[in-house]
Write a protein that binds this ligand. Structure first.
Ligand code: PEP
Length: 255
C-alpha cells in the first residue's frame, strides 16, 4: 500500500473508445459515483477530440484530465500531430507516453518515449511513462532487463527538478487487454526494481515519492490485492475504465 507521502493514482485510459458525448456522460457518472471523495487521485484519458468537452464537463471536479499520447514538438510542420503546448492549453494534467500499443503498433522507440516525456515535463504537465515486457521477453527471463532499459532510456537527460513529477506505469504487455494480470508478488518485485532504478539516477528521496502504477487487466476483483503491495501506487486501467461502476470500484480499492 502506498505510503502517506504517495497518494495513489488511478488513471483510465479510454483508448480509441467514446465519442465526445459518450465521454461527457461517463465523466458525469464518475463524478456522482466518486462522492465522497476517494483517497486516490483520479484521472481520465479520452481521445484527443474529446479533451475539450471532457475538460469542460470536469469543471469543479477533482478528476484530472490526461491525454493518451503527445508529439514532442510544440509547433511546426508536423501534420497530424498534437504537441504539449496544445495539451496544456486544453487543461491536461497528465499525458500517457510510451504505452505498449504505441510502441508495438506505431513503432515508438525508447528515444521517442524520452523525447515525449521531456516535452510533457517542459510544459508543466506530468508524464505517465509506460514500461513493460512482452511475453516472449518474460519467458526468456529478460523482463527485468527490458524494463530497466526502458526506464533508463525514458529518464535520460531529465533534470532532477522535473523528475519529481514523473509517474511510471508498469504494464506487462502480456497482461494488457488479455484478462491475465501479473501476480501481486511479481508486480511488487518489478515495482521495487523500477523504484530502485529511479533511485539510481535521482536518489532515494525522490524515489520514495515516485508513484509506480500497475496496468494490465486490472479489474474490481484484483485491484485491492495489487494495490496492497508496498510499491504499487495505483493503477492504469484500460477496459474496466470504460464503465463508471467498474472504474469506481477500482478507485475505491485504493481507499
Ligand atoms: C492499458 O491500456 O493501459 C490497459 C492496462 O488496458 P487493460 O486494463 O484493458 O488491460
Amino acid at each position: 500500500m502506498t505510503t502517506p507521502e504517495r497518494r495513489p493514482l488511478v488513471a483510465g485510459n479510454w483508448k480509441l473508445f467514446k465519442t465526445g458525448s459518450e465521454a461527457v456522460a461517463l465523466v458525469r457518472e464518475l463524478g456522482q459515483l466518486l462522492q465522497p471523495a476517494p483517497r486516490a487521485e483520479v484521472a481520465v484519458a479520452p481521445v484527443f477530440t474529446a479533451l475539450v468537452t471532457v475538460h469542460d464537463a470536469l469543471a469543479g471536479s477533482e478528476i484530472k484530465l490526461a491525454a493518451q499520447d503527445v508529439y514532442w514538438e510544440a509547433q511546426g510542420a508536423f501534420t497530424g500531430e498534437v504537441g504539449p503546448l496544445q495539451l496544456k492549453d486544453v487543461g491536461c494534467h497528465y499525458v500517457i507516453v510510451g504505452h505498449s500499443e504505441r510502441r508495438q503498433l506505431f513503432h515508438e522507440s525508447d528515444g521517442d518515449v524520452n523525447r515525449k516525456a521531456r516535452a510533457v515535463l517542459a510544459h508543466g504537465m506530468a508524464p505517465i511513462v509506460c514500461v513493460g515486457e512482452t511475453l516472449v521477453e518474460r519467458e526468456a527471463g529478460r523482463a527485468t532487463e527490458v524494463v530497466v532499459r526502458q526506464m533508463n532510456a525514458a529518464l535520460e537527460g531529465m533534470a532532477e527538478s522535473a523528475a519529481a513529477r514523473i509517474v511510471i506505469a508498469y504494464e506487462p504487455v502480456w497482461a494488457i487487454g488479455t484478462g491475465r494480470n501479473a501476480a501481486p508478488s511479481d508486480a511488487q518485485q518489478m515495482h521495487a526494481q523500477i523504484r530502485s532504478t529511479f533511485a539510481g539516477r535521482f536518489g532515494q528521496t525522490l524515489a520514495s515519492g515516485l508513484r509506480v502504477l500497475y496496468g494490465g487487466s486490472v479489474k474490481a476483483d484484483n485491484a485491492a490485492a495489487l494495490m496492497a503491495q508496498p510499491d504499487v501506487d495505483g493503477a492504469l486501467v484500460g477496459g474496466a475504465a470504460l464503465a463508471a461502476a467498474s472504474f469506481c470500484a477500482i478507485v475505491r480499492a485504493a481507499d
